[in-house]
Design a protein around this ligand. Structure first.
Ligand SMILES: [Zn+2]
Ligand SMILES: [Zn+2]
Length: 175
């Protein structure tokens, strides 16, 4: 396989019984096949110097602005997205084979972001509630206001249309 970042030939390596491809002597990036990445992204998981400090060629520089093709499915352009809600590290992911490409240094950076998968999810949830919490609250209040309005309207019609005043006859519940 060729490196998606610098076209150097990737080298096979086995770390913690997982087979990986690294750009040794090239840009120092790492290719993780489907789900392999999950075994290395938390600080308590073993990665070793062979993954955290992949030997690089001295004259290799990498263009981070260009899109990259998946080294396995050469016709597919990988998607670039942030690894986490902290938006510090961007990773390249193939929609075809679910493989992930990390540039040199990115694995160490990712491992320093969260202590665990759980912590990463909690951070995402917090951002979600900060963003949407007030909106959801406003919606709930609005619903209350609508129910109040509904009651008032029903009250006005209690002589004209008694069935609408009977508890349980309304969509919004008895009152
Ligand atoms: Zn490379
Ligand atoms: Zn692929």
């Amino acid at each position: 396989m060729k490196c998606p970042a610098c076209s150097h030939t990737l080298s096979h390596i086995v770390v913690n019984e997982v087979e990986l491809d690294i750009c040794k002597g090239g840009c120092g990036g790492i290719w993780f096949d489907n789900f392999e990445f999950k075994k290395f992204d938390e600080p308590h998981e073993y990665a070793g110097d062979e993954l955290l400090n992949v030997e690089r060629g001295t004259s290799i520089s990498v263009d981070h602005s260009t899109k990259r093709h998946c080294p396995k499915c050469s016709s597919i352009t990988m998607m670039r997205h942030f690894f986490s809600i902290k938006k510090q590290v961007e990773i390249d992911e193939c929609a075809g084979c679910a493989g992930i490409w990390l540039d040199t240094g990115e694995l160490s950076e990712i491992r320093s972001l969260f202590d665990s998968e759980e912590a990463r999810h909690q951070a995402a949830e917090k951002v979600f509630s900060d963003l949407f919490g007030p909106q959801l609250e406003a919606l709930a209040k609005e619903r209350e206001a609508n129910a109040e309005r509904a009651k008032r309207i029903a009250n006005m019609f209690k002589f004209l249309c008694p069935s609408y005043y009977l508890p349980g006859k309304q969509k919004w519940g008895a009152f």
